[in-house]
Design a protein around this ligand. Sequence first.
Ligand code: FES
Length: 175
Amino acid sequence: MFSAEAKKKIPEILKRYPIKASAMLPLLNLAQEEEGWVSEEHMCEIAKLLDLTPPKVYEVATFYTMLNLKPIGKFHLQVCKSLMCALVGSDTLIQWVDQELGITPGETTEDGMFTLSAVECLASCGTGPMMQMNDDYFERLTLERFRTVIADLRSTGECELATGPFRWPDPEVTT
Ligand code: FES
């Protein structure tokens, strides 16, 4: 269910598009911004707003892997496993997540803090191994840097090693 705050944004989103159905992705994103995932309740609400059937919204929501269809942890770690990152150690990065947090792709830590997903290319192919955490990128990860990210997220909820997206070059990282 959209919050009162989100409902204020809906008319603005709808008026951007001459065809109502075109507002589906922005509305799905709005739903995800609210709780970190898109519930069936949200999908039904979006269907009503766009004069569509709920399955029409469901088929779009299930196509885009960046939309979460079940609750996730506070910090969503998305490790790129596409070719360029795989060549420089994305499998190892996934092992570090397991080693440090005890989760494999698709799992969430018991305290609800971290969820791990293995995802396709995040357009940071020259700086692997890398992961996205919520809206931030962490690139050229080593075990030491990864441990720093996790420790900082646990203690303050943010980490200065965040490098993007779209912040280049990263002054903290040597090539
Ligand atoms: S291959 Fe990993 S970001 Fe492109």
